[in-house]
Design a protein around this ligand. Structure first.
Ligand SMILES: NC(=O)c1ccc[n+]([C@@H]2O[C@H](COP(=O)([O-])OP(=O)(O)OC[C@H]3O[C@@H](n4cnc5c(N)ncnc54)[C@H](OP(=O)(O)O)[C@@H]3O)[C@@H](O)[C@H]2O)c1
Length: 263
């Protein structure tokens, strides 16, 4: 097994667990995973659940056993987790820490020569969702492209933009809940209403993903009849400013993201 397929994780929380499950499902015995001992419960659970996974005794032990090191602690925990660790020049360092630039990770992980940021979503556990990589490191791209839709960002500003777009995830579920709630008020059993809306939106999302270069407006047109019900609903929402509000929410999020952190 090549060194980069010995994959270590410093920090075993929500995101690390999703990646570990996704990696194990996609690469099976083609990789080995070494987990830091924190968090204790989750690292023990994953080691018990997956044959590819071993729980190391310490963060230093993870580095000693791994060619690729995934840093999966929260940004405010970086210094405490990594200070005093001995990175090697050949370590390939993959940071999940949102908002922390590559240059800062490279400084902390010196003398490691190959450093990148990776921004997945928890659905990587099921091999789904976007995974943003910057910069492109071929070994990292090769391993993680199996876990979802890999997007190589052009620069770090783009990563910020992707992060802002991900702030509409809870709005997605709120919208599903509103549609299902309306259906239930028409007398449909709540479980059926929920299944109908979730299944419909899953199918539509799959259509969008499979549509490649076709634009969103082409897909909208393909899903409505002139003067039909879909067109009527879309135009009503448009006239009420619904879609402009999405732009406003994203502008607001971007403004927040660019604000210096509170002292
Ligand atoms: N969650 C997401 O959807 C998501 C998406 C994209 C990127 N990210 C990024 O992924 C990173 C992890 O996020 P998360 O949601 O997985 O956070 P999390 O669930 O809070 O996990 C952080 C983990 O780090 C461990 N940890 C803290 N200090 C440590 C140390 N000194 N040594 C070893 N491990 C230590 C914690 O263990 P204890 O429990 O023992 O403290 C915990 O298991 C963050 O930088 C975040 O920005 C997250």
């Amino acid at each position: 097994m090549t060194a980069v397929r010995q994959i270590g994780f410093i920090g075993v929380g929500t995101m690390a667990a999703a990646l570990v499950r996704g990696l194990a499902a996609r690469h099976g015995g083609g990789i080995a995973i070494h987990l830091s001992p924190r968090s204790e419960a989750l690292s023990r659970t994953l080691a018990a659940e997956l044959p590819e996974v071993v729980r190391a005794d310490s963060n230093a032990d993870v580095l000693a056993r791994s060619g690729m090191v995934v840093i999966a602690v929260r940004p405010q925990e970086l210094d405490a987790a990594l200070s005093g660790l001995s990175f090697r020049p050949d370590h390939l360092v993959v940071s999940l820490a949102a908002t922390v630039p590559v240059a800062e990770i490279a400084r902390i992980a010196a003398p490691a020569e190959r450093v990148c940021r990776l921004t997945p979503l928890p659905a990587v556990a099921r091999g789904r969702g976007p995974i943003v990589l910057y910069p492109r490191l071929p070994d990292v791209a090769e391993i993680f492209q199996e876990l979802g839709d890999l997007i190589v960002a052009e620069d770090e500003a783009a990563i910020m933009g992707f992060g802002c777009a991900s702030a509409l995830m809870s709005t997605f579920f709120e919208t599903q809940g509103r549609i299902a709630g309306w259906l239930a008020r028409q007398g449909v059993p709540a479980a059926q209403a929920s299944l109908y809306v979730r299944s419909m939106q899953d199918a539509l999302a799959g259509t969008g993903l499979a549509a490649g270069e076709r634009s969103a407006s082409e897909l909208a047109t393909a899903h409505e009849t002139p003067r039909g019900l879909n067109e009527r609903a879309r135009l009503l929402l448009q006239a009420a400013g619904h879609f402009d509000l999405l732009d406003r929410a994203l502008d607001d999020i971007a403004g927040q993201a660019l604000r210096p952190p509170a002292k």
